[in-house]
Write a protein that binds this ligand. Sequence first.
Ligand code: GLU
Length: 477
Amino acid sequence: MNMRLRFAPSPTGYLHVGGARTAIFNWLIARKEGGVLVLRIEDTDRVRSSEEHTKVILDGLTWLGVDWDEGPFFQSEGIERHRADATRLLEEGKAYRDFTDMAAMRLEAKERGMHPSRVVREKMMDLGAEAAKQRAEAGEPFAIRLLVPDGETVFDDLVHGEMRFGNDDIDDLVILRSDGTPTYNLAVVSDDADMRITHVLRGDDHLSNAPKQVLLYRALGYPEPVFAHVPLILGSDGRKLSKRHGAMAVGDYADEGIVPEAMVNFLALLGWSPGDDRELMNRKELLGAFGMERLLKSASVFDMEKLEWLNGQHLDAYSDEELAKCLRGLLQEEESFCSELLDDVNWLSELLGVIKPRARKLDQLAEQARPFVCQDLHFDTKAVEKHLSRDPGAATQRLQGLYAAFGGADWTREGLEVSLRDLASQMEVGAGKLIHPLRVALTGNMASPGIFDVLYLLGRERSLIRIEDAVERIDLS
Ligand code: GLU
């Protein structure tokens, strides 16, 4: 039988990392096993769901490279089927009408030390099916509750093994509200059955829903899927991952310069292991190794350091052309960006060779590239203060000396180094005294790649203009 999996996000928020991991796991299994991945948007919460969130979720999946075979379907489209399932259970005596007022039931339950749903059941059983039917026909609103049978609900979970729940602990859950809307558990079971889903893989936060859903499958007589509940993702402090730990939405990571290959690799390793000590894996390697048998039982920790490390490794595999494309996208807003500089493939390759080791994320790469591809520098005020303004006389003299020395220099890294060192000995200062103001003049920053790389990449003309500009900046300050 063909495996059929689904990813079923609620469009009540952005695609967060937990959801993205669920999507990736389902996608990896579907692709590996030649199965089908269905995308279902669970939009039954009309108040909190929005089209904007749906769009962000779909964009997030596309960015991750998670494609789906069927859908997106919208849960709200199945509402008639959900109602029909609830009504059938009612007719078969597996569910009952609830006319009670919940607030009163809670109060009574408290007084009698019982669970509210058991009080409701008692009242409604006393009322009897015939009387309930008459009240319904007279137009009185009612909810429909599943009549949970006595005994135990037992099912297998691929991650957790055999799960046993005493039915005494399970409420007679509402499946259809008095306004005619289905509840989550009914809608999910009805949809999964309708979509012939064979495997339900999702986060541990749904483990407590699983016995209720199993009861519904059994009551409705639908074939049960295989369940796999993957453990939560924890923050570095061992607590459930939340906004407190930083970005939660996948889109935020994209904005921060994480590449999708790294995100997929990283998330695949949160709750699954390839069985050896491999960490760096591309999509093909993940597809080769992935399997439900090695889903982990213990919670996994979201380690930003590791994500950045993986990102740096995946960035290394990007071609110069791809990186140029990313840089163009990231720097296009800069007014003085000279994108044509990136067209020179040899220069581009030299530039990337120098800046790549200094960047683990795309935003860092853009930051490193900025002084080389944008005419206007962003001056770091501390750097200016320390190396230009504090001793303006000395800084001016040194920069002017460099200007003169470089004017006739051989524009190779070696030639430039010889010129600078000669000048330093003539001026009887250490090379650093020349390099620091020069770096600020050329890049605006305290730190940069090696100064001779910087000079070489900028070329004679641009380097000399920047030195001149820096001297002027000192004069004005
Ligand atoms: N819509 C649910 C959620 O976003 C998932 C339901 C499920 O996977 O069964 O948490």
